[in-house]
Design a protein around this ligand. Structure first.
Ligand code: GLC
Length: 715
């Protein structure tokens, strides 16, 4: 065994003619790669740590130690790692066993989280998956191997030290979590090299470290947290006006409407049908004044039509994918289509200018779709050239680069990015929020939403959502209303449905379901201060907003695979109704919680809780204080009167964040961050941790969990 420190900060281990490279990008992260691995496409250049790292050969083993980690590598390049003295990785063979060339297996029987929004339960033990971005229009079931995103990141959970694993390989990858071999987790790849990062620490620490390398979900504009409505398609300005009027007449708040493909001229990206959407600039400006933000869809496939500017320019400047030297064609919504070679930087710059100019019309977000890329005439051949990278290697990166190009367009337009993408890979979260694609209007899909969104959060995507009411198929009024209730914590709160399905707009519901939907929306608006602060913490500290109980209660056995409850930040717990006709449900409380609707206290353990339609099992954690806006608030504006709801049972603390709600000023420090604490002994204290602008707050009201006013003062 030989160990050498290379000039770039990596350690080269050589034993019996085999080699591996090690490095430490973070004090709690080991990077391990084959010597011929190419530079990462997803992680920028890293400054590697060498201070405080010691390395030596002990007998036949190499031993490398950091203040937190000890790594032992034997002569066969089998790896053992210890984190804070505990074994976290047992005998992981870096070199593959003969039967699984291009892979690795780890001994583990711990709960497995991550891998994005794959189907199946929160804990993925017993399941296997394939990461290959796929357009899956049929129902997504437990055994669906692939969906739209390919996020090669998973976590082996332990209440002490968890381990995160990121496989930096863009080819098709496969994961087997204790399915074929009970105490083994395996992953493999169809091409490329072994290039793996191991992260160690508590569950939140692992995610924060992973997102420190791969990127964090940026804080979305404030409006995006309000009610969003969509349908394939609102085909004209009048259709959209009808929706806005419907919401208004019904007394429902609304901030966002999406324009699906029919707003375009013959499905051509960056065009607007001038007959159905005349004078778009003035109309968008008018809508914005009314507090309505419009988000158009942009598809990856570009219509192949001479005379259409995007096509002509793309052909002239070689921006499209090719096959054997010719521009490659397939079919998407516009019919005959070509595909921008987004992996090529010049193509991204070119595309970003279209995005910038389109945003200048007055759009406030971009919805990137069909970017797996989806194609109707069979899959793209694996040798299609995507800007110098073969499709086999570029497929899972394609949407990532489309989102990067779109993100560049927002920055060029000096707007806070709000991009919602269907496809992506590890790291796409730094450019785009995401939704889970074409779900179905079924109760199964409603239930699937909880583990899907929780695992997306645990995979770095803090800003995500699903189509409320279900996309494919006809929803029932009850299912729509229940979906609205169960989605209270979803960072993206969008009702969307497919063409030819029954309408899902809430104002069309019968009274009982309508009132339940309205109640859900009104509570959603009460949660916006919590959600916005949580999303700020996601960007600034790598926390998650929506998440599973285990994130906050790592020692609780019962939380390990809880698939019917979820949390927002540290304080809120939601245990929605998930079955038709449900009147009550069992709720597991990992500690005592207070019901939001009436302040009733529920002690730790299982409790039967009523949940008839319109009565949402939403709870506030003991020893907490939450920030609420005015009662019955229907706007997403920052509250001027801050209502602090305190459980009065000990010291409670929370952060509260405010900024201008849009623009990029917050990145230059134009925001306020407060630490609010309250206790019987010391009363209420609001300490500014950062003051970068004039606060919106004028008055503070401290309330009990039943709404009794405990204190009121000007701020
Ligand atoms: C895709 C999208 C869906 C959209 C439809 C038409 O199926 O996932 O949300 O409505 O295309 O654009």
């Amino acid at each position: 065994m030989e160990i050498t420190l290379l000039p770039n900060g990596e350690y080269r281990l050589a034993s019996m003619g085999k080699e591996a490279l090690f490095s430490f990008p973070l004090p709690t992260c080991i990077h391990l790669r084959e010597p011929d691995a190419k530079p990462s496409r997803l992680i920028g250049k890293l400054i590697l740590l060498n201070d405080e790292i010691t390395y030596r050969v002990e007998g036949e083993d190499a031993v490398i130690e950091t203040p937190f980690l000890r790594v032992e590598v034997d002569k066969d390049l089998r790896l053992k790692a210890f984190f804070n003295g505990e074994t976290v990785l047992e005998e992981a063979p870096f070199l593959p066993k003969e039967e699984e060339k291009g892979g690795m297996s780890l001994k583990s029987s711990r709960p497995v989280y991550g891998l994005g929004d794959k189907t199946g339960p929160l804990d993925k033990r017993g399941y296997s998956y394939i990461n290959w971005n796929s357009d899956v229009p049929e129902a997504h079931v437990d055994t669906t191997p692939s969906l739209y995103k390919s996020i090669n990141f998973f976590l082996l959970f332990d209440g002490g030290a968890s381990m995160g694993v990121f496989l930096d390989n863009s080819c098709k990858t496969r994961f087997d979590f204790n399915k074929t071999v009970k105490d083994e987790v395996r992953f493999s790849f169809d091409g490329g090299t072994k290039d793996v990062y191991f992260f160690f620490g508590s569950l939140p620490e692992v995610i924060a470290a992973y997102t420190a390398l791969l990127g964090r979900s940026p804080l979305p504009p404030r409006f995006s947290l309000g009610a969003q409505q969509s349908r394939w398609s609102y085909g004209s300005k009048e259709d959209v006006e009808k929706v806005i009027a419907g919401y208004k007449k019904a007394g429902l708040p609304l901030t966002t409407i999406y324009l699906d493909i029919d707003y375009m001229d013959h499905f051509k990206d960056f065009t607007v049908n001038e007959e159905t959407f005349p004078d778009i600039r003035n109309w968008l400006a008018e809508k914005k004044k009314e507090g309505i933000h419009i988000i158009p869809i942009i598809d990856a496939g570009v219509k192949a039509e001479v005379g259409y500017r995007v096509y002509d320019e793309g052909i002239a400047d070689h921006h499209f994918c090719t096959l054997n030297g010719e521009v490659y064609h397939n079919e998407v919504w516009p019919g005959d289509s070509v595909f921008p070679a987004f992996p090529e930087v010049g193509t991204r710059i070119w595309w970003s200018m279209y995005v910038r100019d389109f945003l200048r019309f007055g759009f406030d977000g971009i919805w990137n779709d069909m970017n797996e890329p989806a194609s109707f005439k069979g899959p793209l051949p694996l040798n299609v050239d995507m800007g110098g990278i073969p499709h086999a290697e570029a497929h899972n990166l394609y949407a990532h680069y489309m989102n990067q190009a779109t993100h560049m367009g927002f920055l060029a337009a000096q707007k806070r990015p709000y991009i919602v993408t269907r496809a992506g890979c590890a790291g796409t979260q730094r450019f785009a929020a995401t939704w889970t694609g074409d779900n179905q209007s079924t109760w199964d899909h409603l239930r699937l939403m909880i583990p899907q969104l929780c695992n997306l959060s645990l995979s770095g995507f803090a800003c995500a959502g699903v189509d409320i009411g279900g996309f494919g198929g006809d929803s029932t009024p009850e299912l729509i209303a229940r979906w609205a209730e169960a989605s209270l914590f979803n960072p993206i709160y969008r009702n969307h449905s497919a063409i030819h399905t029954l309408p899902q707009e809430p104002y069309l519901l019968e009274e009982e379901e309508f009132l339940a939907y309205k109640n859900a929306l009104m509570i959603r608006y009460q949660l916006i201060p919590s959600l916005y602060t949580a999303l700020f913490e996601a960007e600034s500290a790598g926390k998650i907003a929506l998440g599973p109980l285990i994130y906050n209660f790592p020692k609780d056995e019962r939380a390990k695979n809880e698939n019917t409850e979820l949390m927002l930040g540290e304080q809120w717990l939601l245990a929605p109704a998930l079955f038709p006709g449900q009147q009550s449900r069992s709720v597991y409380f990992p500690c005592a919680f207070y019901r939001y609707s009436d302040g009733q206290r529920f002690k730790k353990g299982d409790q039967l809780v009523p949940c008839p339609l319109g009565n949402i099992p939403l709870f506030q954690r003991e020893q907490s204080v939450v920030v609420l806006p005015q009662k019955k608030e229907k706007h997403i504006d920052f509250p001027t009167v801050l209502r602090l709801r305190w459980t009065e049972d000990g010291l409670a603390k929370t952060l509260y964040y405010e900024d201008e709600g849009e623009g990029l000023g917050y990145q230059k420090g134009e925001y306020n961050l407060f630490e609010i604490s309250v206790s019987k002994e010391d009363g209420l204290a609001i300490v500014p941790l950062h003051q970068g602008m004039k606060s919106h707050i004028q008055e503070i009201v401290l309330e009990s969990v039943t709404g009794e006013i405990l204190l009121k003062k000007a701020y």
